[in-house]
Write a protein of this length. Structure first.
Length: 367
């Protein structure tokens, strides 16, 4: 039995409320973080950093943000890409117009600005729900495209509408922008990976603690039945707006990291409606109301087509099969796998992981 719960008694309320109550889970978390910080940083290639690891973490943060609103609070939203756009443009203008601004601080402040915008577009949730709320949050998507297209000040009056983000003059740590350590750290793919990994871990820990707190319990009570939650004294309006604020905060930070740590340029067209649907698919595939499921969904939806394409090149040789044919068929394969997965397990990858852990608890005995 790999997961032994019998005999592991606790002697205080603090130990009983630990984030990871099982010793095996705590050791697994420590080993995973150490592996990501030391082994991956030392051995992974630039392609692995820039094309796989960084975008998966960024999209995982955006998926986690949407999961807070949809999975934990039951507030449907299709404005994820619009909130990411607000975060990206906020970070750009903060770094451009404030001399002492550092990258981590700009990420945090851009999330706060996106959170404020999220509260505004979350106000209709106080009166409407379901598909009607989707239409309301969808307005954030079109509003973001209109604002950043109509007012060139946000793009520093760039005529093309696309701003290149050079990697050499940003402050990762307090100090002068041209210090060798700052420049070398941010210019390397390892440096941007470490920044993304650190921000992701901090946001995951914050979300885990929020979900286990009274705020998280209020979210789930509102999700299950808002009328009953109001009857027992839960402030429903405050709870919904808090969920929208934190959800869009995560999306704003993800948008800033998407531009600065991943693609290296700023363009409001990349935060289109297709990206909002993509993040929604990640939430559904990963599992509603699951932190781990948010990242599992991001890994599957983003990385699986790359695995199929690379695997085809490895098996049949590069250039033997048309690249467009492989990409189109990889989408068909991914779509088929998603349909089969949701038929087999509607709870997504998070439910599969939970059932696997349950089997490990009683292995080798039959359930």
């Amino acid at each position: 039995m790999f997961y032994r719960e019998a005999g592991k008694l606790v002697g205080s309320f603090g130990k009983d409320r630990r984030m990871l109550p099982l010793l095996e889970d705590r050791w697994l978390a420590v080993l995973f973080v150490a592996f990501m910080y030391f082994v991956v940083t030392a051995l992974a290639s630039d392609y692995m950093f820039t094309a796989i690891l960084i975008p998966i973490m960024v999209l995982g943060v955006a998926t986690l943000g949407l999961n807070i609103a949809v999975g934990y609070t039951g507030q449907l939203s299709l404005g994820t890409a619009g909130f990411m756009c607000f975060g990206a443009f906020s970070a750009f203008n903060l770094i451009l117009r404030i001399d002492w601004m550092t990258i981590p601080l700009a990420f945090f402040l851009s999330g706060m600005i996106a959170g404020g915008v999220g509260i505004i577009f979350g106000l209709p949730s106080l009166r409407i729900k379901g598909f009607y709320l989707i239409v309301s949050t969808l307005a954030a998507q079109f509003f973001a495209e209109w604002v950043f297209n109509a007012y060139p000040w946000f793009l520093n009056y760039t005529s093309s509408g696309v701003v290149s983000l050079p990697m050499h003059h940003y402050r990762v740590f307090p100090g002068q922008e041209n210090t060798p350590f700052n420049a070398a750290f941010w210019n390397s793919s390892q440096g941007r990976y470490l920044v993304t990994l650190t921000v992701t871990i901090l946001l995951v820990l914050a979300c885990k603690n929020l979900v286990r707190s009274n705020t998280g319990r209020n979210w789930m009570a509102v999700r299950d039945m808002d009328i009953a939650a109001k009857v027992i004294g839960i402030p429903v309006a405050k709870t919904k707006l808090m969920a929208f604020f934190i959800s869009t905060f995560y999306c704003g930070v993800a948008g800033a990291m998407y531009c600065y740590c991943y693609i290296g340029n700023l363009d409001f067209m990349i935060f289109n409606l297709r990206r909002s649907f993509l993040v929604m698919f990640m939430v559904i595939v990963g599992g509603l109301g699951s932190i781990l499921g948010s990242f599992l969904g991001a890994i599957f939806v983003y990385a699986w087509p790359i695995v199929i394409t690379r695997g085809s090149d490895f098996i049949f040789g590069g250039g033997a099969i048309d690249t467009a044919f492989i990409e189109n068929n990889s989408k068909i394969v991914v779509g088929t796998i998603i349909i089969v997965l949701l038929i087999r397990e509607p709870g997504g990858f998070a439910a599969l992981w939970a059932s696997s852990k349950q089997k490990l608890r009683v292995w080798p005995f039959a359930q």
